[in-house]
Design a binder for this molecule. Structure first.
Ligand SMILES: [Fe+2]
Ligand SMILES: [Fe+2]
Length: 195
């Protein structure tokens, strides 16, 4: 069975130019994103402790994201880049969360599917960063590894949803949310940030 999805709107090439022109700012945002991804996996467990089928995978994902945070931070430390002082709101995540339906079951499904879409977008963007990095083989290789890791995460949240919801409903909603994500991405201002 296919768990993954194709993004509907590709990231514009100008995004990667913006990132490469201010890589320290990108690293600061990237570190925050990894830390938040770990917290998000753990928050699923806190909110849905009875969903025992998915708890081991959520723990594993939370640990992997925390490791990503550790790895990004190590590279920042080496370059003398501090963590961002201010937590700026991520306009992308904010817009996506507004798409969640409000009743508890549908909300659960939407949050899982959005997690998958967010991971897929991260994978797409880390691939672009990997392609763009020159003269730093270690950093280039690091973004290659992150690309493959986030692509894997893109599948597991859809797979989790399939434990609890009919396949047709999952894929129909995934398509809707995926299309809406594309529209959000088209309107996002370009920043030296993951989103
Ligand atoms: Fe990650
Ligand atoms: Fe991830």
């Amino acid at each position: 069975m296919k768990y993954s999805l194709e993004l509907t709107v590709p990231t514009p090439p100008e995004w990667v130019q913006t990132v490469m022109s201010n890589f320290p700012a990108f690293l600061q945002d990237h570190a925050d994103c990894e830390r938040k991804a770990s917290a998000m996996a753990m928050s699923f467990i806190a909110k849905y402790p009875d969903r025992v089928e998915i708890i081991p995978e959520l723990i594993e994902t939370g640990v992997e994201e925390l490791e990503h945070f550790q790895q990004v931070y190590a590279r920042m430390e080496k370059r003398g880049i501090p963590l961002a002082k201010e937590m700026t709101e991520d306009p992308y995540i904010k817009s996506l969360l507004q798409l969640c339906r409000t009743d508890p079951m549908n909300r659960f499904m939407d949050r899982l599917l959005l997690a998958s879409i967010i991971e897929c977008r991260g994978a797409e963007r880390f691939r672009l960063v990997w392609e763009a990095i020159e003269n730093d083989p270690e950093l280039k290789e690091f973004y290659h590894r992150l690309w493959t890791s986030e692509a894997k995460h893109g599948n597991i949240f859809v797979k989790m949803a399939l434990h609890y919801f009919e396949k047709e409903k999952v894929y129909a909603r995934l398509e809707e949310l995926n299309r809406a994500e594309g529209q959000i991405v088209e309107k996002l201002p370009l920043r030296a940030a993951v989103h």
